[in-house]
Design a protein around this ligand. Sequence first.
Ligand code: OSB
Ligand code: MG
Length: 369
Amino acid sequence: MKVEKLVIRKLSMDLKHPFETSFMTQTNRTFMIIEAHGEGLVGYGECVATAYPYYSEETVSTAYSIIDEFLSKLVVGKDFDHPDEFNEQFARIKRNNMAKAGVEGALWDLYAKFKGITLAEALGGKKKEVAVGVSLGIEEDIEVLFDRIDQHLKDGFQKIKVKIKPGKDIEVLRAIRERFGDINLMADANSAYSLADLPLFKEMDKLDLMMIEQPLEHDDIVDHRKLQSELKTPICLDESIHSYDDARRAIELGSCKVINIKIGRVGGLSEAVAIHDLCQKHNIPVWCGGMLESGIGRAHNIAITTLANFTIPGDTSPSSRYWHEDIIEPEVIMNKHGNIAVTDKPGIGYDINEENLKKFTIDTKVYKA
Ligand code: OSB
Ligand code: MG
């Protein structure tokens, strides 16, 4: 298969509802869609880097620059048999995982379309539907959060994840438990705490949470190990895991009992599959995290979630939870039991809504062989 052309589009889409985490409040997503053209087909990938380097070091501008200067040259005009080849070739470039994943995702979609199979099949996934939950931002007013939880439970979401930050943590979680009882509940701290907060986590440990996601520093696996050894609640690592080797080391140390796999954070689908397989071998369940993706990134998330060890509902909520209008057709929908059906069309399995894609595009660059 030959890649004849690569297109980078920068898009800007407003979120339906502001999303507050311990690191910022997001009201808009500026991100990139990557198109890989070849063999009369187009593959689509999404680069999930955000406008600010507050979740990880990458931004839209740094990812753009890495694709522009380096990744495009490794791809445009090149022949390939399998997208795993790009994971190997990109490895010489350190980190910049979201940039890599955006490009590699487009190549995986192109590959699956060329073979006439779904992206899920190309990845080795077998599930016909995937279980999903919702990640709810911090709310100033707890009544607003209660209403949002109530609505999402009624809609069928299989897991409620709430963001926490210092001052908006134990009381909020306790209140949710009192109000909603034995629901599938977890908390995501986005690295807002340190080991000095052990007493707080001991209190959280009494709430029977499914897990606590990334409580400590974004680059830590040593303090997390200490914390995990003090808690019965599983710790789930998000920010700390950027590769197969990161996962291997965290598992070996005992720094977590669950891993959140985000395709962008780990540098693409090939690496995500490798981490999935490693975790499966070690009885570490995984789930698919989200980065407030458009339909294109969402379709990739659904495809990876079809792998067997994605046993915990992911953050891959339906399009309507984020967007007034999506850039794919049909948009991603969830049934009343909280499952998303996996499409049986080739590649990502969704058509592009060209009109919306155009409407949200603020910049385009084309690379030709
Ligand atoms: O930590 O999982 C996170 C969104 C942006 C950045 C980081 C995170 C998140 C989410 C939302 O939790 C997941 C989603 O609904 O896409
Ligand atoms: Mg997280």
